[in-house]
Ligand binder design. Structure first.
Ligand code: GLC
Length: 550
């Protein structure tokens, strides 16, 4: 199947609970999405990734699925889903679903049945006897205290790499793999165009589930790209995906280029795309909870490393935000220079080679929030970190760390207008509204031709027309410059020069020798004038993109 269309489109991620409330019960839903499809089309969006829409007890807001073939009643039903899908397709917008099959909810009927030792579902999960009055091994959970929870009914433990209500499936059981394929077919037959596969690189666990010798996140070295991962992904490809015009993007936490290439390259790759995270560590080590001051050099290194290593071998994903990280302006940009830094950030990634993803609210420059009390937060990961933190430190020292790092920063409701509740709903929203909504919202930015929203719209339209951006080679300049990110793209003798400041302070920049700035066309900039000297002194978060002939 020729599924190459994903290379030419810009995707938009919808985290449904906070996107738009169409039936005014305070929770975002598919009725709200249906009303917003024209907005997405006007932005130039060519695909939607839906974070989970399925029934879920919401221990991890949808990433704990209790029924894979239905829609959560909070979001609507299969009928409205089909309407959204049909209208999206009429607008030439593809739709991909989140496929979360590393684990199910503990309320999924398979797991409920598996609690009985004699059930055929017992082997769908990892049920094991404890060792020396403790769990079967020493693995850590990302969201809970341990990776194992005890069930007195059968005196056994079950494995959960995430929350105790997200139970790991045993992918070594062929019946489980058949279930996964059945779920895939269900949605593909309905017409969806592919999947974003949640923590897919963790689905193959090592035989015998041995103890870990890692000192950090224990277990990870054993189940990350585990022994049968490529085999299982090939099986899904061969038995299902190859038979549809669809594409898959996998999520690969802690992914390195070396590990990613075997998933992405060759004649029959396991995955079309991979979400990797190195560039999400510009201000932290591995997780947002271990922060360090922002380093542009580190960020650029990550960008260029992936651009260069994938060139000619595999296709990249480009993104700066999703539902798992604080807002990028609050991290790599500046809330003071919200619009300027928002534009510079947009340019910095949108002109790279790959398929860009925009997360809801990113296009209007939504920023982080600070809620006054830990009880105001919903993110289970934040609550885990808070509990761990207050064991050693006073509460008032722990809360600011949570406020900065929590995923809830990205989960406040979408700001549509300056009406009450940011126009998200007429009812009180299920979660916080950022108090900056009277200025930061779609309606206000639509009216302002210099807004970030218009800038994103122009960028997306330019990108989808430009062969240089889509297919050109990439070359970075001045990798050690700690204020400026400068790179060039080239395709069939035509070039783009991209210059982005990541600083409020001025930085000097001289155009390359062979670059005649008088002949070059300035196609994007976040300050109005176009200086006519070969040396420029950047203004706060200034960005420029020039198009020229070689
Ligand atoms: C992925 C999701 C995240 C979720 C986790 C467990 O990383 O993006 O939101 O909590 O997997 O499913």
């Amino acid at each position: 199947m020729n599924n190459e269309w994903y290379k030419d489109r810009v995707f938009y991620q919808i985290w449904p609970r906070s996107f738009r409330d169409g039936n005014n019960d305070g929770i975002g839903d598919l009725y709200g999405v249906y009303e917003s499809l024209d907005y997405l089309k006007s932005l130039g969006i060519g695909g939607i990734w839906f974070s989970p829409l399925y029934p879920s007890p919401n221990a991890d807001y949808g990433y704990d699925i209790s029924d894979y073939k239905n829609i959560h009643p909070d979001y609507g039903d299969l009928e409205i889903f089909r309407k959204v899908l049909d209208k999206a397709h009429e607008l030439d917008i593809k739709v991909i679903m989140d496929l979360v099959v590393n684990h199910t909810s503990d309320e999924h009927e398979w797991f409920v049945k598996s609690r009985d030792e004699a059930s055929p579902y017992r082997d769908y999960y990892f049920w094991r006897k404890g060792k020396k009055n403790g769990p079967p091994n020493n693995w850590d959970s990302f969201f809970a205290k341990d990776a194992w929870s005890y069930d007195p009914k059968t005196d056994a433990y079950y494995l959960h790499l995430f929350h105790e209500k997200q139970v790991d499936l045993n992918m070594d059981n062929p019946k489980v793999r058949e279930e996964v394929k059945d779920i895939m077919r269900f949605w593909l037959d309905m017409g969806v165009d592919g999947f974003r596969e949640d923590v897919i690189t963790f689905i193959s666990k090592p035989e015998g589930l041995p103890d870990s010798i890692s000192v950090a996140q224990r277990g990870i070295e054993l189940f990350d790209s585990g022994p049968h991962i490529h085999e299982y992904l090939q099986e899904f490809r061969r038995d299902v995906l190859d038979h549809y015009d669809c594409f898959v993007v996998g999520e690969g936490p802690m992914m390195s280029v070396r590990k990613a290439l075997p998933y992405l390259s060759g004649d029959h790759p396991d995955l079309d795309l991979m979400f990797h995270f190195q560039h999400m560590e510009g201000d932290c080590f591995f997780t947002d909870y271990v922060p360090h001051p922002f380093s542009l050099v580190k960020l650029k290194h990550a960008f260029s490393h992936w651009q260069n290593a994938l060139e000619g071998k595999a296709w990249n994903t480009l993104y700066l935000e999703n539902h798992d990280h604080p807002r990028v302006i609050s991290r790599y940009g500046s809330e003071k220079y919200r619009t300027e830094s928002g534009k510079s950030l947009a340019v910095s990634y949108m002109f790279q080679k790959g398929t860009p993803f925009v997360y809801q609210g990113q296009e209007i420059g939504m920023t982080n929030i600070k809620l006054p009390d830990i009880s105001d937060y919903k993110d289970c990961m934040a609550l885990k970190h808070y509990e761990a933190g207050i064991r050693h430190k006073p509460k008032e020292k722990v809360l600011p760390k949570i406020q900065k790092a929590t995923r809830d920063n990205a989960r406040t409701v979408m700001q549509w207008s300056d009406e009450p509740n940011a126009g998200f709903s007429t009812a009180a929203p299920w979660f916080a509204v950022n108090p900056n909504y009277p200025e930061v919202n779609v309606e206000t930015e639509e009216k302002d031709p210099d807004s970030l929203l218009h800038f994103y719209r122009d960028l997306i339209h330019y990108r989808t027309q430009s062969e240089i951006v889509r297919y050109g080679t990439y070359k970075e300049f001045e990798p050690l410059n700690s204020k400026l990110y400068i790179y060039e793209r080239e395709y069939e003798g035509r070039k783009l020069l991209v210059l982005c400041s990541f600083s409020e302070k001025p930085a000097k920049y001289s155009f390359p020798k062979n670059f005649d700035f008088r002949k070059a066309k300035l196609i994007f900039a976040n300050y109005a004038d176009n200086p006519s000297t070969p040396v420029i002194q950047t203004r706060p978060y200034e960005c420029r993109v020039y198009e020229y002939e070689k």
